[in-house]
Design a protein around this ligand. Structure first.
Ligand SMILES: C[S@@+](CC[C@H](N)C(=O)[O-])C[C@H]1O[C@@H](n2cnc3c(N)ncnc32)[C@H](O)[C@@H]1O
Length: 921
């Protein structure tokens, strides 16, 4: 019997297990993220937490390429393949050599466009260099992937993702020529993953069919809307935007007050609305003014809602009415019963409802021939009786079709989900009970019409995702953007948040929402809807991005879209369901969630092919979760072989309170196999050794030109510790039991303790410049965090993710309490004076020498008397005389801060230091 030969690279370490160009990948990932609509997949539809394609590509390549004994060459090849080395960036930028050499790296990268659009080197010399190093014979990325797959796995590599979400991982894997296995529990995720490929990797004839179908749908809608006469006025002008506001009765004046936080409509075109009291009608007329004067612009900035208070404009009887908290008025409504729940048959408020809805401005668009050119003129005008009659026509037309369209799945008919926080909120703050209550009749009519037309078009399945785009941009939750002069989208945050003042699109603006198409080559992707725990196909590389620790409520997004896709989804994908299956979704961060994660990853460990790897990406701000994730993998029979952190996310739309998410950690994992059992102290000394080796190896790579920040070094040290832990059994520690245990607050698991010890070992070497080493070595994690942050601030090295990364490395889990974050400003740590008395008794710095020193500085600044600061230190710090030298070093360090907000405190730190030096010497 002949034996199948072992693929030559099967057991070779992968490049991603040794190095990863995190700085460049972070820059490319962030560039991809902020490029908005230019990103390939965002145009297909909304999903939270999509991973950057460049990061997915780097993970796949990094897992297939070997780590050879020439790491410098490994990196050179890797970066060339990704198009992120200097040679490729130069080529991609199209800049002349002189321009390129004189421009900054940011400028070069900007010019180079997105790495996700790069299809690998095209020149002979690059491929010669690559093949020479790898022993391959490839002239494109897909050829190389196929050859590396054979060398490592004996065939085409397969990439699996059981949490495929918006579909980045399968999309990019298929583009690279890998077989894919992709699934998600959520049908909206399934539709997006399927649509990515159907639209962007369409054959030329399919592409033509989809584009023709979209065009036809909009033209037919245009014809129908023109025939209905719902967007044209008597002069034949066409409206493209409708501005609405809510109104409430002010009990003091007896006037109905239109609500908005500002009455500026277009700063660019100087358009404002003015509220003019109509004494007889006990309401306000709304006048729309174009070419407003400076004074009118200023007046319009004063909204009728300020900090959630109703601020009515003066009336003849009440020139200065009182402000009232809107929630209080709402709660008093109907003798304290609150808002009336809307009935299913309703499309707007009843006359005595708390909130009324009012159309107050329409933007009219005219095409005017000037010479040979056609000029578009846009005019904002107040609302006339004829306009209101057209809204009534919309309602009438809608009612005529409602049942039929609901039956066919073009309009939602379902009630909002019961027992759901989101539903309770919509009910409490607006009285809405059904999905259609989130739309005006006009919005329902136009979106329903577009859905009906897409259904009878040549590409109904491919255009299904377009309904999602229409609905996201077509609710009463879409604000009017005063930057772009268009309605925004519904999901600018994770939750459905009703607004006081919204805007609706006319067809012309809906028409700008087309689905992108292209004919990129790729292997077909097949998407399944399934619970990740039930995956059953083996795979060479599992790359997953789990819904870690419930940062994102996917159910809110998907329930909304499923209300519209519903039966059309199951018609086109008969093997799918149209329910988010919320009960099965992985959520939370407690023992039940840990148990579910262990189930998923134990199953995936079983489904890894020989020599296979797993990469788990996770994006969360809470650093404690990182150790839990390591334990989950350990308990699932996997060992960590490397970890990297890449800055990927902006702070868009995360659940209130969970904080912004900025960087993604990549854990690289292998199967555990047979391991040794060690005692805790043995583990600790192995960890120290591994941490030292890790740092030495990173130093070698830094010498070869790879950039590492302190935070990278810290994280790598942490990863080294995880590597040791997860590659052994530890006497007396069962990771599964540890994870499933319900712990009293403050109790730390033995694994967390070990990891913290390892992190402390590593952090000793991160001495901030100008600080005495002896002081640094005795500081706590949070004292170190604070001083490191000051160091970065002084050297202007701060960026949004810095604090988070530093905290990870230093295990400063409560760092947020030390950081001052203000909208529109770079975050920074508090100064001594800003801390005031906070955090003395409890909090991450409570009881530390640094906290007392900061307090002493604050007292000196406040009173101008350094003796007060000296007094504080001697009275409040236990055995201060033993710590006086350390305090002097800390004051010297604080005295060197140069940023403007430190001027006073830094000067007083120097004064206090002088005073302290004269005491007890
Ligand atoms: C962080 S997202 C994945 C994002 C994806 N990598 C992307 O680039 O768009 C996590 C996904 O896990 C899915 N999910 C949650 N619980 C699940 C379960 N039990 N089985 C399968 N998928 C689940 C969610 O629907 C969500 O799409």
């Amino acid at each position: 019997m002949t034996q199948t030969p072992v693929p030559p690279l099967r057991d070779a370490p992968a490049l991603i297990e040794r190095c990863f160009p995190v700085a460049k990948l972070s820059a490319e990932s962030r560039k991809e993220r902020i490029s908005g609509a230019a990103q390939r997949l965002t145009g297909v539809g909304k999903w939270w937490g999509r991973k950057p394609l460049v990061l997915v590509r780097a993970s796949i390549l990094g897992a297939l390429l070997p780590a050879t004994d020439d790491p410098q060459k490994d990196i050179e090849v890797f970066e060339r393949l990704l198009g992120i080395d200097d040679v490729s960036v130069h080529e991609r930028s199209g800049l002349s050599t002189t321009k390129f050499t004189t421009s900054s790296s940011d400028e070069r990268r900007k010019k180079a466009g997105l790495a996700e659009d790069y299809d690998g080197p095209t020149d002979w010399a690059s491929w010669m260099m690559i093949n020479d190093h790898l022993g391959t014979n490839a002239y494109s990325l897909t050829e190389l992937i196929a050859q590396l797959g054979h060398l490592r796995f004996g065939g085409t590599p397969s990439v699996g993702d059981v949490f495929c979400g918006g579909g980045s991982i399968p999309f990019e894997a298929a583009r690279l020529g890998c077989e894919t296995i992709s699934s998600d529990l959520n049908p909206v995720a399934g539709l997006l993953t399927w649509s990515n490929q159907a639209l962007l990797c369409a054959s030329p004839s399919d592409r033509k069919r989809i584009e023709t179908a979209q065009q036809w749908m909009y033209e037919e809608a245009d014809r129908q809307i023109t025939e209905w006469g719902i967007e044209h006025d008597a002069q034949g002008r066409r409206a493209d935007a409708y501005l609405w506001c809510t109104e409430v009765l002010d009990p003091e004046t007896g006037y109905i007050v239109p609500l908005s936080t500002t009455w500026v409509i277009s700063p660019k075109d100087r358009v404002v609305a003015e509220l003019v009291p109509d004494h007889k009608g006990r309401r306000y007329d709304i006048h729309i003014i174009s070419n407003a004067t400076d004074e009118q612009m200023d007046r319009a900035k004063q909204g009728t809602v300020v900090d959630q208070h109703l601020v009515p404009p003066g009336t003849p009887d009440h020139p200065e009415p009182q402000r009232t908290l809107l929630s209080r008025l709402r709660a008093r409504h109907r003798h304290g019963q609150g808002l009336r729940p809307w009935m299913v048959s309703e499309f707007g408020p009843a006359p005595d409802d708390f909130f009324q809805e009012r159309l107050y401005c329409i933007r009219w668009v005219e095409e005017v021939q000037t010479g040979r050119k056609v000029k578009t003129i846009k005019r904002y005008e107040g609302v006339t009786e004829a306009d209101l009659a057209r809204e009534k026509t919309c309602e009438k037309l809608l009612l005529e079709r409602l049942t039929d369209w609901q039956e066919r799945g073009y309009l939602p008919k379902a009630a909002l989900p019961v027992n759901d926080r989101q539903r309770n909120n919509l009910l409490a703050v607006r009285g809405w009970t059904h999905w259609h209550h989130l739309f005006t009749p006009r919005q329902l009519l136009v979106i329903g019409l577009l859905a009906e037309l897409s259904e009878v078009s040549e590409a109904p399945r491919e255009l299904l995702a377009l309904t999602g785009k229409h609905t996201d941009r077509g609710t009463k939750l879409c604000l009017w953007s005063r930057v772009t002069d268009t309605p925004t989208n519904t999901f600018t945050t994770h939750v459905l948040a009703p607004v006081y003042n919204w805007s609706a699109r006319g067809l012309k603006l809906f028409r700008s929402l087309s689905l992108p198409t292209s004919s990129l080559p790729a292997i077909p992707v097949n998407v399944e809807l399934r619970d990740a725990r039930t995956a059953n196909a083996p795979c060479s590389l599992w790359i997953t991005d789990p819904p870690y620790a419930d940062a994102i409520p996917y159910e809110y997004l998907s329930e909304f879209f499923l209300a519209w896709y519903g039966q059309r989804l199951t018609k086109y994908f008969p093997e799918w369901y149209a329910d988010p299956k919320q009960a099965l979704a992985l959520q939370g961060k407690d023992a039940a969630f840990h148990g579910a994660m262990i189930e998923v990853y134990s199953n995936l460990a079983r489904l890894m092919s020989e020599g296979g790897l797993q990469i788990v990406m996770f994006t969360h701000r809470d650093v404690r979760l990182w150790a839990d994730l390591g334990m989950i993998m350990w308990a699932s029979g996997l060992r960590v072989s490397a970890a990297w952190t890449v800055a990927t996310e902006n702070t868009e739309g995360h659940r209130a309170g969970s904080g912004a998410v900025q960087s993604t950690v990549l854990l690289v994992l292998r199967k555990r196999g047979a391991v040794d059992m060690l005692f805790e102290d043995e583990i600790l000394s192995l960890m120290e050794q591994e941490v030292a080796e890790q740092r030495a190896s990173m130093q070698t790579l830094a010498d070869a030109g790879l950039q590492w920040s302190d935070a990278d070094l810290q994280l790598a040290a942490y990863a080294a510790a995880l590597r040791v832990i997860t590659s052994h059994d530890i006497d007396g520690i069962d990771p599964r039991q540890e994870l499933l245990k319900v712990r009293p607050k403050g109790e730390v698991s033995p694994v967390h303790r070990l990891l913290e010890q390892a992190a402390q070992v590593a952090s000793r070497e991160l001495l901030p410049s100008g600080l005495n080493a002896a002081v640094w070595h005795v500081l706590s994690a949070h004292e170190r965090f604070y001083l490191k942050a000051l160091d970065a601030e002084r050297r202007h090295r701060t960026h949004r993710g810095l604090y988070q990364e530093l905290s990870k490395g230093l295990t400063a889990n409560h760092w947020q309490e030390l950081v001052y974050e203000k909208r529109g400003q770079e975050p920074r740590v508090f100064t001594a004076t800003e801390f005031g008395g906070r955090g003395m008794q409890s909090g991450p710095l409570a009881g530390t020498l640094l906290r007392h020193v900061l307090m002493a500085v604050k007292l000196t600044t406040q009173t101008g008397e350094p003796a007060k600061g000296v007094d504080w230190l001697f009275k409040e710090v236990d055995q201060f005389d033993m710590q006086q030298t350390h305090a002097l070093h800390l004051l010297e360090y604080l005295g060197r801060q140069t940023e403007p907000h430190w001027t006073a405190d830094a000067a007083n730190a120097r004064v206090l230091r002088g005073a302290l030096m004269n005491v007890g010497v």
